[in-house]
Design a protein around this ligand. Structure first.
Ligand SMILES: Nc1ncnc2c1ncn2[C@@H]1O[C@H](COP(=O)(O)OP(=O)(O)OP(=O)(O)O)[C@@H](O)[C@H]1O
Length: 254
């Protein structure tokens, strides 16, 4: 068995002749938190969308747990345990937080979400849904409509609905974007906890959090891998410093 949960080779995406991702060989070791960083326009989102199968590669291969998923669709890779969270939210604003988590649990069991289901059947999922909510610090928020939750709590709910799918690997797209300082710490701690026994790949702009959460960091610039290693190594790399023009920060403690 390979030590990598996710492995790409020669991964390339062109848009009308413009190469946004160029010959990327990314290897994400199982049970690590791997950060994908880089300045604006580096190709992070395009790379992320290729990995989550929202975009098809122009060239190259993607292996997930040793299986070639280069041509698989998003639903297929989700069934294989590769789940995407944040930014594209799976949260229904007009349902309560508990109903959202319950709906996600139903989806995982292959039941279509059905508003007319009997109370008795829905209650079957209550205990698991409440446990997941407790795991992300949302005890007491069960009856609040998702659309009325504060931003940071909604992020926690999104994480709970993703964890309800029992993923083996989480792909997180800027999980801390738009959060206030207090929420940043809380969500970073949740990501760390969710990563136990799983593999996490996250695209993130907040370098303090990347520094404290990520075991390995890949730096992209102009669609190519510029550097890779732990935060100390990549932040000391002159080419990375040049690309970031002094943006690299001291690690914070989460
Ligand atoms: N659908 C598209 N069509 C044409 N060009 C695109 C498309 N999507 C992305 N690009 C281009 O590819 C390059 C990489 O964009 P991408 O969004 O992947 O970078 P990024 O590192 O995520 O940037 P940011 O940090 O600003 O989100 C950019 O020059 C962008 O303009």
């Amino acid at each position: 068995m390979t030590v990598y949960a996710l492995e790409t080779s020669g991964l390339t995406k062109q848009f009308a002749g413009f190469t946004a991702v160029s010959d990327v060989g990314l290897r994400v070791r199982r049970h690590t938190i791997h950060g994908l960083i880089g300045p604006n326009g580096a190709g992070k989102s395009t790379c992320f969308n290729l990995l989550t199968k929202f975009l098809a590669p122009t060239r190259g291969t993607i292996l997930y747990e040793g299986a070639d998923i280069s041509r698989a669709g998003p639903a297929e890779v989700a069934r294989m345990g590769l789940a995407r969270s944040f930014q594209i939210s799976a949260v229904f604003p007009h349902l309560t937080a508990l109903e959202n988590v319950r709906a996600a649990l139903q989806r995982r069991r292959g039941e279509s979400f059905d508003f007319w289901r009997s109370d008795r059947i829905l209650k079957r999922y209550d205990a698991d849904a409440r446990a997941l909510m407790a795991e992300v610090g949302l005890t007491g928020w069960e009856e609040t409509l998702a659309g009325e939750m504060p931003y940071g709590r909604k992020r926690a709910l999104e994480l709970a609905t993703t964890l309800a799918l029992a993923p083996k690997m989480l792909l997180l797209d800027e999980p801390l974007a738009g959060l206030g300082q207090e929420d940043v710490g809380r969500i970073a701690a949740l990501i760390k906890r969710a990563a136990e026994g799983r593999t996490v790949l996250m695209v993130e702009h907040n370098l303090n959090v990347v520094a404290s959460l990520c075991d390995v960091i890949t730096v992209l610039t102009r669609g190519k891998i510029l550097a890779e290693g732990d935060y100390a190594a990549v932040s000391a790399n002159p080419a990375v410093q040049q690309a970031y023009l002094g943006e690299m920060a001291e690690p914070a403690h989460v």
